[in-house]
Design a protein around this ligand. Sequence first.
Ligand SMILES: NC(=O)c1ccc[n+]([C@@H]2O[C@H](COP(=O)([O-])OP(=O)(O)OC[C@H]3O[C@@H](n4cnc5c(N)ncnc54)[C@H](OP(=O)(O)O)[C@@H]3O)[C@@H](O)[C@H]2O)c1
Length: 213
Amino acid sequence: MAITRIHNFSISLDGFATGEPQSLEAPFGHAGHKLHEWMFATRSWSPKGAMGADNAFAERHGPGIGAEIMGANKFGPPGWQDDPEWRGWWGENPPFHTPTFVLTHRPLPPMPMEGGTTFHFLEASPQEALAVAMDAAEGQDVRIGGGASVVKDFLAAGLVDHMHLVQVPITLGRGVRLWDGLEGLEQDYSIEAVSTPSGVTHFTFSRKAPVAD
Ligand SMILES: NC(=O)c1ccc[n+]([C@@H]2O[C@H](COP(=O)([O-])OP(=O)(O)OC[C@H]3O[C@@H](n4cnc5c(N)ncnc54)[C@H](OP(=O)(O)O)[C@@H]3O)[C@@H](O)[C@H]2O)c1
């Protein structure tokens, strides 16, 4: 059965998934690249990257995924809806290669890109968006791609089956936090933690099977 997954979602020790302010020049605000340096050093990101433990986690991002859901602030800087030229951060061949649903209160017509990605813009609840994305994924899994607010909303709605979270040993002090309002989340998941030599800790949250009556 197809499931809903999150991969490579990186947070600081104090729980921030992005810094501030987000802008065209600084998509992660004052966090810069600090949250993803572990990933940039892996083979899954760069042909010269390392093939160690971090890579084993990072490369699970793509296989078996048939659609992605992301938030408006991952797709572009504030105000991108007013820029008719804006087509996302990733150039003409984005790294998604599937239908990709952008949640926004200002939806636009679909945006076909090269390499199999089409951006669709949706104003919908998490449940509605997931139903549309599952349909588009044609039996494969749906990835919730971020940012922090969208991941938090899908976790709060109980819609995430598997989450790979990476805690990076930095403190950001400000930005958008993942955990606020998610009290007791651990009760719904089997959680494993693996620290790697790069200094990050990988957590996997796998939804517990419902207890039979
Ligand atoms: N740490 C990581 O691994 C990671 C991964 C991915 C992204 N990021 C970063 O996270 C940041 C973005 O996160 P964020 O929390 O600011 O924003 P976000 O989750 O990307 O997007 C939130 C926005 O999406 C729209 N939206 C959300 N739910 C909606 C719904 N149900 N219906 C309609 N619109 C909806 C709203 O925008 P509008 O009202 O403007 O339409 C909302 O303000 C970026 O800096 C990005 O680079 C980090």
